[in-house]
Design a protein around this ligand. Structure first.
Ligand code: SF4
Length: 447
C-alpha cells in the first residue's frame, strides 16, 4: 500500500531544492481564526501592533460577538523606551480581561514580530501571570511573521500546551490537529467503528478537560504542519503512527489502516467499516475531478499541506505535479505521502519568491496553487490559480469531503474554461476564493 507509483519508495528520498530567500506567506496569527473556535474556554491575547490587530480583524471578518475569544494588546512604539512599563502594562491588561471574563480557563499570550514585542519576554510574563491567577492556565507562543508560515501558528499553540499536560501510562490514541466539527465527528465515528479507543483529540475544547500524555500514548496527526507538536509529543514519551494524511479516499484509508494495524484491527472489520465510505469517496472524486485529469499543477509553499495534496491530485485526480513547494519538509511526517508520489516533480523547501516565480512562469502549469499575494498577479499573466489558504478554511479531510476537495481544485479550471469560452457571466461561478474565509469576532485591548 505504501509503495509509490514508480518504485518502492516513490519520492520519499527525493532531493529537495532548498531556498532561503524572500517569502510570501501570512503569519501565524492567522491560525487564531480557527483555533479560537475549537478551544471554547481559551482566550488568545495577541501582544502586537495595530498591524496585527488589523490582520486578525480582516482575516476573521467583522462580527459583533458578545464574548470574543481573541484580542490584541497593542504595544505602541513609545513602549520601546521602557520594557518594565510594557510588562506592567501587559499585566494590567490581563488583570482587566480576566476580572471581566470568568469564563476564560486558558489564556494564550501570542507573540508577534514587531521589534518592541520581540524584546518582551512573554515566557516570563506567562510564568508570572500563572502564579497570580491560579485558576487560569497562561501559556505563550509565537505567531510572528518572521519565523512562521500561517499554519505554524497552530503548531506553536499545540506545542506550547503539551509540556503542561498531565501524565498517563494508559494505552490510548491521541489525534493532533484542529478539524472542523463535522470532520472531527466523522473521524471519531470511523475510529469508534474500528473499535479503537480511548481517543483524545488535541486541542481539547476545554482547558479543564486536558489530554494526558505518556509512554502508553500513540499519536496520529491530521495536519501535516504539526512539526513542533510532533516533537513535543515524542518528548513526552508518545509514539507517532506515521501515515499518509487523510485527504482523499486513498489517504484516508492509509491513515486509518496505519492506526488500525497499531490497534490490531482485523481486515474484515476494517473492510466492513470503510467499504461504503470508500466507495462513496471514490465516486465523488471521480465525478468532481474530471476537469483535473491530465492537467499540471505547481505548488508554491504556503499552507504546509502541499505534499499530501499533491499526492491526492496526482494519484486520485490524474494530475501531474511539476513543482511541489512546501515551507518545511520533515520526512518523518510527510515521508509516507512522498513515498506515494511518482517520480517527476521538483520538491522545494522554503522560498526565494522571485526565483520561484520565474520557474512558475516557465512551467505555466494548468493550475498554480499559491498564497493570496501571488494569485492576482499570476492570474493577470494568464495563469489559473488556487488560493492555498482556502484549503485550510474548508473541510477537506476524510472520506466524505474527498469529492469537495477535488472540486476545490477543479473550480478555478472550470471558471477559466468558461471565461475563455466567452460564456455569459450568468453561468460563471465567482472565484471560489472570494466567498470569504471565516466570520468571527475579535476585541481590541489597548495597552
Ligand atoms: S505578527 Fe508580524 S506579520 Fe503578523 S500581523 Fe503582526 S506585524 Fe504583521
Amino acid at each position: 500500500m505504501m509503495d509509490g507509483a514508480h518504485g518502492s519508495h516513490g519520492c520519499r528520498d527525493a532531493p529537495l531544492l532548498k531556498e532561503r530567500g524572500q517569502r510570501e506567506v501570512f503569519c501565524g496569527l492567522t491560525a487564531i481564526v480557527w483555533l479560537h473556535r475549537k478551544m471554547q474556554d481559551s482566550f488568545f491575547l495577541v501582544v502586537g501592533s495595530r498591524t496585527c490587530a488589523h490582520l486578525l480583524q480582516s482575516a476573521a471578518g467583522v462580527m459583533i460577538f458578545a464574548e470574543p475569544r481573541f484580542g490584541t494588546a497593542i504595544l505602541e512604539e513609545t513602549d520601546l523606551a521602557g520594557m518594565a512599563d510594557a510588562q506592567a502594562e501587559l499585566d494590567r491588561e490581563v488583570e482587566k480581561l480576566l476580572s471581566r471574563r470568568s469564563d476564560i480557563r486558558r489564556l494564550f499570550l501570542v507573540g508577534s514580530c514587531p521589534s518592541e514585542v520581540i524584546k518582551l519576554d512573554l515566557e516570563k510574563a506567562a510564568e508570572r501571570l500563572n502564579a497570580q491567577f491560579a485558576d487560569v492556565n497562561v501559556v505563550n507562543f509565537s505567531g510572528s511573521g518572521i519565523e512562521t508560515t500561517f499554519t505554524e501558528g497552530e503548531d506553536a499553540c499545540l506545542a506550547a500546551i503539551i509540556p503542561g499536560l498531565p501524565k498517563t501510562d494508559a494505552r490510548q490514541l491521541v489525534v493532533a490537529g484542529a478539524l472542523p466539527d463535522v470532520v472531527h465527528d466523522q473521524m471519531l465515528g470511523l475510529l469508534e467503528g474500528l473499535g479503537i479507543g480511548p481517543v483524545t483529540v488535541l486541542p481539547t475544547s476545554k482547558a479543564d478537560d486536558p489530554a494526558a500524555i505518556g509512554p502508553g500514548t500513540v499519536f496520529a496527526l491530521t495536519q501535516p504542519f504539526l512539526n513542533e507538536t510532533h516533537a513535543a509529543l515524542v518528548r513526552r514519551g508518545a509514539r507517532h503512527i506515521a501515515a499518509p494524511f487523510p485527504f482523499g479516499e486513498e489517504g484516508t484509508t492509509a491513515w486509518l489502516r496505519a492506526i488500525a494495524d497499531e490497534f490490531g484491527v482485523s481486515d474484515d472489520r476494517f473492510d466492513a467499516v470503510t467499504a461504503a465510505p470508500r466507495d462513496r469517496a471514490r465516486r465523488a472524486v471521480a465525478q468532481a475531478s474530471a476537469p483535473l485529469a491530465n492537467r499540471s499543477v505547481f505548488f508554491f509553499p504556503d499552507s504546509q499541506l502541499e505534499i499530501p495534496l499533491a499526492r491526492f491530485l496526482t494519484r486520485e485526480c490524474g494530475m501531474t505535479a511539476l513543482e511541489i513547494g512546501q515551507p518545511y519538509v520533515q520526512r518523518e511526517i510527510v515521508g509516507p505521502d512522498m513515498a506515494l508520489i511518482g517520480e517527476g516533480p521538483v520538491f522545494s523547501e522554503g522560498q526565494d519568491v522571485d526565483l520561484q516565480l520565474d520557474r512558475a512562469r516557465e512551467a505555466r502549469a494548468d493550475l498554480t496553487v499559491c498564497g493570496l499575494g501571488l494569485a492576482n498577479p499570476l492570474e493577470a499573466e494568464g495563469l489559473t490559480t488556487k488560493w492555498a489558504i482556502e484549503l485550510v478554511f474548508t473541510p477537506i479531510h476524510f472520506y466524505e469531503q474527498a469529492g469537495d476537495l477535488a472540486g476545490l481544485f477543479a473550480r478555478p479550471l472550470r471558471r477559466r474554461a468558461i471565461l475563455e469560452g466567452g460564456a455569459s457571466s450568468g453561468g460563471i461561478e465567482p472565484p471560489s476564493d472570494a466567498r470569504g474565509l471565516c466570520h468571527a469576532g475579535g476585541a481590541e485591548v489597548e495597552a
